[in-house]
Design a protein. Structure first.
Length: 237
């Protein structure tokens, strides 16, 4: 039987992040689901041959690493992603991050967990680590999307969320920078308040060039972390 604490936590999570009321994309009524059949059918899930670094589908060329990740000097061990970042997913993530629709994190976490299970790694993970936001951005947004996803994953798996990884540099937006520029900007952007010498699931919402998760992984590995599985909800086309 669940303890009173767990029951109360579940109750307040449901109050703060109500779900299963309407489709998280089109807001039509749904019956016990978070995506209606139409929107679910419109999402491009990453299936078949996928990159072992980012989870992007590989339609042609080298395998198991896609063209985008060939030049990435990767510090994490494996990367997976659930869907391809297109207009549907852009709308979903925009609503999540900038319109305070935090319940969407539960949908993301559920699909990310399925992807982790399907990977069938013979590894026992010890903790979930969210990619951190700088405190300035955290105050502006009110929450860290990666941490919120991580808490739902923790609720589903029983793994603890470890927030020892901190972002100490308030870097400028990365979306207009090249891969090399992103690497330079992020090289000293993170620190660990204490080492995490265990196997880790590193969580973020989107994988673009991989510079952010790679900088996080480097810091974690430098401090003695074990296997690092980068898990994101979406990956750029």
């Amino acid at each position: 039987m669940k303890s009173l604490f767990i029951l109360l936590k579940d109750y307040f999570f449901e109050l703060l992040y109500p779900r299963n009321l309407t489709c998280v994309l089109c807001h039509s009524e749904v019956d016990g689901k978070e995506l209606c059949d139409v929107c679910l059918g419109s999402i491009q899930f990453n299936t078949g041959r996928v990159c072992g670094s980012c989870g992007r589908m590989i339609l042609s060329g080298a395998y198991p690493v896609c063209e985008n990740c060939k030049t990435l000097n990767r510090y994490y061990d494996r990367g997976i992603s659930v869907v391809t970042y297109d207009e549907y997913i852009k709308k979903l993530i925009f609503n999540f991050k900038y319109h305070d629709k935090r319940y969407i994190a539960h949908t993301m976490a559920g699909y990310m967990l399925k992807e982790i299970i399907n990977l069938d790694l013979d590894i026992e993970f010890d903790s979930i680590v969210p990619v951190p936001l700088h405190e300035t951005r955290f105050k502006s947004r009110g929450f860290n999307q990666a941490e919120l996803i991580s808490h739902f994953l923790s609720e589903m798996t029983g793994l603890k969320v470890d927030t020892s990884l901190k972002r100490i540099s308030n870097t400028k937006p990365l979306n207009k920078l090249s891969s090399e520029e992103r690497h330079d900007v992020l090289s000293d952007a993170f620190e660990l308040t204490e080492s995490i010498k265990k196997n880790i699931i590193l969580i973020d919402d989107i994988f673009t060039t991989g510079a952010t998760v790679n900088a996080c992984a480097l810091k974690l590995k430098e401090m003695g972390s074990g296997f690092i599985l980068v898990t994101t909800f979406a990956v750029g086309e």
